[in-house]
Design a protein. Structure first.
Length: 61
């Protein structure tokens, strides 16, 4: 079975956000604007993306 992946791009800075949201971005592998990472598409990462949805964009392939 192929593991599903999703691509996430950071589009806004985390400077004016609470510390836990900045740590969530770091846990996703982000930290700079326009950085794109590919992560596993599961409940855990979807919850993390939901927490910082105003800072990131999910890219479609």
């Amino acid at each position: 079975m192929a593991d599903k992946k999703m691509r996430i791009k950071q589009v806004r800075s985390s400077i004016s956000c609470p510390a836990d949201q900045g740590k969530t971005l770091r846990a996703l592998g982000l930290g700079k604007i326009n950085r794109v990472v590919e992560v596993a598409d599961n409940e855990c990462t979807r919850g993390m993306v939901f927490k910082v949805k105003h800072l990131v964009q999910v890219l479609e392939d």
